[in-house]
Design a protein around this ligand. Sequence first.
Ligand code: NAD
Ligand code: ZN
Ligand code: ZN
Length: 346
Amino acid sequence: MKALVYHGPGKKSWDEKPKPTITEATDAIVKIYKTTICGTDLHILKGDVPEVTDGRILGHEGVGIIEEVGTAVTNFKKGDRVLISCISSCGKCDYCKKGMYSHCEKGGWILGHLIDGTQAEYVRTPFADTSLYHIPENTDEEAMVMLSDILPTGFECGVLNGHVKPGDTVAIVGAGPIGLAALLTAQFYTPAAIIMIDVDDYRLEQTKTFGATHTINSEKEDAAAKVLSITENKGVDVAIEAVGVPATFELCQSIITAGGHIANIGVHGKSAVLHLETLWSKNITITTRLVDTVTTPMLLKTVSSKKIDPTKLITHHFNLNDIVNAYDTFQNAARDKTLKVILTNE
Ligand SMILES: NC(=O)c1ccc[n+]([C@@H]2O[C@H](COP(=O)([O-])OP(=O)(O)OC[C@H]3O[C@@H](n4cnc5c(N)ncnc54)[C@H](O)[C@@H]3O)[C@@H](O)[C@H]2O)c1
Ligand SMILES: [Zn+2]
Ligand SMILES: [Zn+2]
């Protein structure tokens, strides 16, 4: 079969690889139908994730059709259409029992990281019964791909951890796919205002069609001053960080109101300053989280019933065998006005 293979920092190619086989009784082999590229894949290619070794097939998102299941798999059979979660969960360890699948002792984020991933014609998915989801009849497969990672990430790490409530004022820093997933799912709770902050005018313009009430380009304006003027000098109830650099985490601290929640989503490579000298008395909560995908079944219902439409996030389509070009488009998001790309294996 063909697959997108990582060959060390900056190097990847569309290579011939052996088709995966069942190695554990709890495995399934899935024929990929649609997959995508994540910002995390770009982090891997930059060399930021050294556990990923030469020869690894990338990708942790996608939908497909079950080709074969191990003898212990009872929920799925050959021919079933499935959503693949970016997090593999054994369902049995202490963390899985707490609903913290991201820290599963045998799973967690392993696809396209510690084991071969989904940017391939076939993938081996471990713990199939607890890591795959049936795709309901008449549900758009491309919408489902947004459920592998970005929707649960924006919702769990941003909206749930941020405790978004009716009438709240919410600021989301970062209008990439993850910030937009938080924007879409925050609206389950009918906040009064959602302020999107980014440095890319095209992305900010798009957020208005996704439900943003205000936008701020933090390169052109003083974002903290503008948020304070929008909120009558109070600040926001919820600040969601969806970039992953010190400046944006620090911005969240300067716009939070008393009693507010700062929910960090971004993956950080450097320390950020915690301004306890101003925050110690403000009764705020700061949260961090690696996506657990524990809300995937609930989000799947909201997507299949069209309560939210994540296909709005898809800007480009490619054939799977054209994935090297798709990476170029995804890597040059500002140039090509890219949000999410869909790769189809036909
Ligand atoms: N916690 C988790 O489980 C989890 C899961 C997936 C992704 N993430 C992380 O979430 C973050 C967002 O992911 P994404 O795929 O949307 O990334 P992305 O790179 O597509 O989007 C980031 C956005 O931030 C904007 N930006 C950059 N610098 C900025 C600044 N100084 N001020 C304001 N905006 C700025 C960019 O213009 C871009 O629109 C990343 O750090 C990613 O690694 C976390
Ligand atoms: Zn991802
Ligand atoms: Zn587990």
